[in-house]
Design a protein around this ligand. Sequence first.
Ligand SMILES: [Zn+2]
Length: 141
Amino acid sequence: MSSTACETPVDPMRSALMRRVRQKGTQAEDDVADVLRELGLRFRRNVRTLPGSPDFANKTHHWAIFVNGCFWHRHQGCRRTTTPTRNREFWLAKFAANVKRDGVKARLLRTMGFRVVTIWECETRDLGKVRKRLKPIVDSR
Ligand SMILES: [Zn+2]
């Protein structure tokens, strides 16, 4: 995916479906992985032994990171967070379920003593912003 994908008014349903087909290893995740390495943070990817299978986690240092697609996970105030006009009720229910699930898994991780950081796909266009968002994890070392 090109870095300008956020700005292009593509059909959100189509692009979201295409994104979903690729279960892991999206460009956004690769970008975050680069920043984590640069910051010297050790991690595992797609940690299925933790609630919600965080995209990145370190069980020893108790942190987990989710890299969320803005459309599916409803990034508030983001231009990618559109709602298809067809089958609107279906989509709204689906999105509500996604957001609820995200909240549940983050809360579970926090009760397990994990620091949880969510990075939105659109934020990965600015890696300086990603570095800032990772500060709580860096500072906890
Ligand atoms: Zn966004």
